[in-house]
Each structure stands twice: as structure tokens, then as C-alpha cells.
Design a protein around this ligand. Structure first.
Ligand code: GTR
Length: 335
């Protein structure tokens, strides 16, 4: 579906009832019934999808069915750029997106998109769970232009390179390959610094672009690689682990400001719980994904020494590092 058509589709879904609360789903008798629309690029069963559905179940239970969540998984409403725009417009209420996709809207978030900024996923989790994590969620919520309320973080492991041509064992193997990246200039610069060609593209287009050869590869975590079927087209997966980008669950500010304080705090509470629930689900899903890829004959390459990859992205650090210098220092100081 083209973008405009998708936006209209979402708006039509949302306009089932009267403005100014398009998600108002009730009759006069059940005046407060609200069904929040949620978007995720991932399919049913994926940790982020399940975690947001669980928020819906808890809301339903806590409010005797007055509040609930309707999940539009698997890119039914488009990619993440569209999800962000739809939440800003109030056509949907929940959008679970990557910080990589939200960075162009809230620049402070881009610090998490710097290659190798986190030592490992445990380090990233400590940052998310502590004051820096809260500070950046607040930056999103308090940004007057963003039109979003940031509720919680979600894990998405480490991202690695995969492609249709050859195993990547050394930095030289990246040379000349065209890799899809999330639409954010940092990632195009990163891919170019690694020796490939970075092509920004929506997640909804990656699978067919791999199949048709428009791109040679992409970069993502194992669950995305497998459960979006990319592994069927690109069988070489190399554990470069160059990015650890957290996910964020946002709510439409337009819709948020019309909720009662009690409803807002219920949503906040269940979202905070979802942050840890998703983390547990994630660990299992990552293992399942690796098993599935191996069973399908994908070639998984370990990179014993990542130093050449870390050195190669220095131009990205030279270009963007100074801007986020203070935050980078604080992140690096976290154990
Ligand atoms: C996945 C992430 C999605 C999306 C996707 C992408 O790992 O969960 O939110 O950002 O990557 O590469 O577009």
C-alpha cells in the first residue's frame, strides 16, 4: 500500500466515531470505552508485539473492558516512519518503533544510534533502566514539536550485517556491497564508513529489495532477520554487532492529553512492566531465531575481533560524536 493510502486507511479505521476522540468506541451507554490502535512492523508472536498486546490485556482487566488495545502487526499500517506520523496525527495511539527511526524527529536520541556506543546489550540495558533512559524518554515527551509521549524502552539486541553474496569475515569483505539501513543519515554514513554503500529504505521494502537484488544486504538483529523472512533471501549473517539500538513505545500526544490522569498512570504503569516483560521474551526469541537460521542452512559467521570494524566507523564518531559528547561520556561511565 502506498503511504497516503495507508494514512487514509489508518484514519478511516480511527474515525469510526466522533472527533475529537477518534478512538472513542462507545455508545452513550458506554461513553468512555476506548480502543487504542497500536502499530508494529513485526509479526504476531514477536516480543514487542506480545508486550504491547499484554499492555492491552492488563488495561482491559483493570478497567472492566473500558480501555483496550487493537494491534496492527506486520506492517499492516506501513513502516515506522508512517507509524510515527500516524501517532503524531492521532490516527493511531501506540507506536512501537526503533530509536533509529525516531532519531530524525528527536535528535537527542541519535546518541543511541552511534555504532559501538554500547559495550554490549547488558550495558545498553543498564543505561535504559537508569536515569539516562528516563531522561531521554522525557526528552521525547517534552519536545513540543514531536507530538509524542514516550512510555518505555524495549530491547532489540545487537544488529549485524547480512547479505546475499558472501560471508563477511573481515572489513574488506564489506567492500562494494549495497546495504539497506534505517532512514537516518547516521546509518548511511556508518555503512559507507564500513566500506559498503548505505541505502536508506523503509522496513516494509527490505524483503523484496533483497529478493530482486536492489540491495545486496541489510543489517539487523537475528529475530528481525528471521521473522521478517530476510534469511530466506540473504543467507550470510555475520555477527558484527555494530549497533545496539533500543526500541521505544510512544503514545500519540494528541490522544494522551484527552485521557484522565488515572488512565494515563495506568498506561504508564503497564508500559513500564512491558519493558521488562519484553526483555524476557526477547532472550528466547533471539535463540529461536538463530536456531531457525542455522537449520535453514544460513551461514553464521562469528567475528572474533571486532576492532577493525570499530576503527572503520571512526569517521561517524568524528562527524556526530562532538554533538553528543556529554551524553556519550555519561553512557560510557555506566558499568
Ligand atoms: C528492527 C526493529 C524495527 C525496525 C527494523 C528496521 O530490528 O525492531 O523497529 O526498526 O529493525 O530495521 O527498520
Amino acid at each position: 500500500m502506498k503511504r497516503l493510502a495507508m494514512m487514509l486507511f489508518a484514519a478511516t479505521l480511527a474515525l469510526g466515531a466522533s472527533a475529537p476522540r477518534p478512538w472513542f468506541a462507545g455508545t452513550a451507554a458506554a461513553a468512555d470505552k476506548m480502543v487504542f490502535k497500536a502499530s508494529d512492523v513485526h509479526p504476531n508472536g514477536y516480543p514487542t508485539v506480545v508486550a504491547v498486546e499484554n499492555i492491552g490485556k492488563k488495561l482491559e482487566k483493570a478497567t472492566d473492558g473500558r480501555l483496550s488495545v487493537q494491534m496492527f502487526a506486520a506492517m499492516q499500517l506501513g513502516g515506522e516512519k508512517e507509524a510515527i506520523e500516524q501517532a503524531q496525527l492521532g490516527a493511531i495511539q501506540f507506536a512501537r518503533v526503533s530509536v533509529g527511526a525516531l532519531g530524525p524527529v528527536i535528535d537527542d536520541l541519535n546518541v543511541f544510534s552511534m555504532p559501538y556506543v554500547f559495550r554490549d546489550t547488558a550495558h545498553a540495558q543498564h543505561v535504559m533502566d537508569g536515569p539516562i533512559g528516563q531522561e531521554l524518554l522525557d526528552k521525547v515527551t517534552n519536545d513540543p514539536k514531536a507530538g509524542l509521549v514516550a512510555l518505555c524502552w524495549m530491547d532489540s539486541g545487537a544488529r549485524s550485517l547480512y547479505n546475499t553474496k558472501r560471508p563477511i569475515r573481515t572489513i574488506a569483505d564489506v567492500k562494494g556491497l549495497k546495504f539497506r539501513v534505517i532512514g537516518n543519515p547516521i546509518f548511511v554514513d556508518m555503512m559507507n564508513a564500513l566500506g559498503g554503500n548505505g541505502v536508506a529504505m523503509g522496513y516494509d521494502q527490505v524483503f523484496s529489495a533483497l529478493q530482486t537484488g536492489v540491495i545486496d544486504g541489510a543489517e539487523n538483529n537475528p529475530p528481525s532477520y528471521v521473522f521478517s523472512n530476510h534469511y530466506t533471501a540473504a543467507k550470510y549473517f555475520s555477527l558484527t554487532e555494530h549497533l545496539i539500538i533500543p526500541e521505544v513505545l510512544v503514545f500519540s500526544k494528541k490522544a494522551w492529553t484527552q485521557l484522565s490522569a488515572d488512565d494515563q498512570s495506568l498506561i504508564r504503569k503497564f508500559a513500564r512492566e512491558a519493558q521488562l516483560e519484553e526483555r524476557d521474551l526477547w532472550k528466547k526469541y533471539e535463540l529461536q531465531a538463530m536456531d531457525k537460521a542455522t537449520a535453514a542452512g544460513c551461514q553464521i559467521t562469528e567475528i572474533a575481533d571486532k576492532t577493525p570494524f570499530q576503527n572503520a566507523v571512526k569517521p561517524v564518531w568524528d562527524k556526530y560524536g562532538p554533538k553528543y559528547q556529554d551524553m556519550i561520556k555519561r553512557i560510557q561511565a555506566i558499568a
